[in-house]
Design a protein around this ligand. Sequence first.
Ligand code: SF4
Ligand code: MG
Length: 333
Amino acid sequence: DDVLVEVRDLDMAFKIKGQRGQPTMLHVLHKLSFDIGRGETLGLVGESGSGKSTAGRILVGLFEPTGGSVKLFGRPITGPERRANLAAVRSRLQFVFQDPHAALNPRLRVGDSIAEPIDIAGTMSRRDRNDRVKELLEMVGLPRDSAERFPHEFSGGQRQRIVIARALALAPAFIVCDEPVSALDVSMQAQIINLLMDLQARFGLSYLFIAHDLAVVRAVTHRVAVMYAGSIVEVAPKDVLYEKPQHPYTQALLDAVPRPDPARVRPQVIGGEVPSLLVPPPGCRFHTRCPHAMPRCRVDIPVLRETGDGRQTACHLYEGPSVIPSAARDLPR
Ligand code: SF4
Ligand code: MG
């Protein structure tokens, strides 16, 4: 099967302490549905707090969602088979976090950090393990003798290479990259992005690439999903999305990117506040900020619809067949 990741109607709510101390539910994700194919990079973009990182953590098994289903390599990691299936696929999943400094234990030699997943799996001889570490260092463009050194001896970009080497240790098929270059300066960013793309071409890796930098996302992804307040509002092949954004939020997001165009001195910014996830707005969650909002947008939750060119958009301005049948979506108006 060529679909590695299949997400349907994914919901996530966290219990938090509200005002006056009573437990309150924070609805972080609402009915997310998407697929990621073998060798594909899906970008996940949106403002901070839109739920991108939570979605990424669910996909590597760190959080159990409160609703919907997730299949990895055809196996459900939601429902009663969660534990067994997660154990079966764990070695094929990895996570690369934003901050390579925090991700590495400063007291561990680089070789031991890289070998951590191998040591946990406990299936390789000492000699094979050490050979594998050297091979991994080479794969990410670091000298083989880096294994004996400590993280502080490396630059931020080199440390992110070490983190990537560790992620590759067990030859995964799917890696969630959560803002993997945001902590790096621009020249380092390009190098790490090139490395990730080379590794993808070499090993047929799939990535979920979470980022707020739209230029970086365009460089690295095949398709892009745009999140707003816990929902996917639009997903499309990247050139379709960047050249002709359909959803008013995607349009606003792309308009907010400064362009080297003298006629547009000030980038347009999105007015209004990001809505509260404690009491999300009814209907379309973007209606409080949308320049095209209609009366129906305040009551009727838009669902993702196929709108052509491989695109799906959740907005009442667009017609098309609904992507996912869902009980909640069939509620009468
Ligand atoms: Fe705007 Fe309505 Fe579309 Fe939401 S559904 S983005 S409020 S037009
Ligand atoms: Mg985040």
